[in-house]
Design a protein around this ligand. Structure first.
Ligand code: FMN
Length: 186
């Protein structure tokens, strides 16, 4: 089974990119195939509500979202990590979420994929839970099966994430929960 990790940070090689790499390493050790989307190396424009994807199976905006459509469809689980920007996900990640409306309009293609979220803030209580909630809302609106870390909502970390032991545990618990649920489904 295949797990797609999406980092919503514009900062290449930053905390979110490294977190996605680390949790996918853990999933790989458990035998899962993995794939990635790094917003930092993608240019994804916002949805402009042209309505084409409501009538045809395509988005007319030709940018780096096109391979992301395939990666989302091929995944059995999607794990998203975002920096907290003013208490919610980054604008770059929101653009990806909005553009994914194609999959919803064309037969709820992301339905029943397992979804989990992580958020990294500069502050301990800077809006990580709200950021996770906004990612969960995206997942619920696609009909995904949303999981947390087994006790709370997902990965909640403070920058520098690699040194946030308590936060790293929530991220590790979250990827293990995703793997557990995929194994149950299989
Ligand atoms: C525009 C902007 C807004 C931010 N807003 C918040 C915030 O509301 N709460 C918070 O804890 N950190 C905030 N931060 C800090 C980022 O969340 C933090 O630097 C980021 O998670 C680091 O991840 P990265 O290394 O992947 O970029 C903000 C940073 C920027 C650039």
């Amino acid at each position: 089974m295949n797990i797609l990790g999406i980092s919503g940070s514009p900062n290449s090689g930053g905390n979110n990119d490294k977190l996605i790499e680390e949790i996918l390493r853990i999933a790989g050790e458990r035998g899962f195939k993995t794939d990635t989307v790094f917003i930092s190396s993608s240019k994804i424009d916002p949805c402009n509500a042209c309505g084409v994807c409501a009538k045809e199976d395509r988005c007319p905006i030709e940018d780096d979202m096109l391979p992301v459509y395939d990666k989302l469809e091929e995944a059995d689980a999607v794990v998203v990590s975002s920096p907290v920007y003013f208490g919610t996900m980054t604008a770059q990640l929101k653009a990806l979420c909005d553009r994914s409306v194609l999959h919803r309009r064309q037969g709820f293609r992301l339905k029943n994929k397992v979804g989990a979220a992580m958020a990294i803030g500069g502050s301990r209580n800077g809006g990580q839970e709200k950021t996770i909630q906004s990612i969960h809302e995206w997942m619920h609106i696609h009909g995904m099966i949303v999981v947390g870390d087994g006790g709370h909502f997902g990965g909640i970390l403070k920058k520098p994430a690699a040194k946030d032991e308590e936060g790293m545990k929530t991220a590790i618990d979250t990827i293990n929960k995703v793997c557990d649920v995929l194994e149950m489904i299989a």
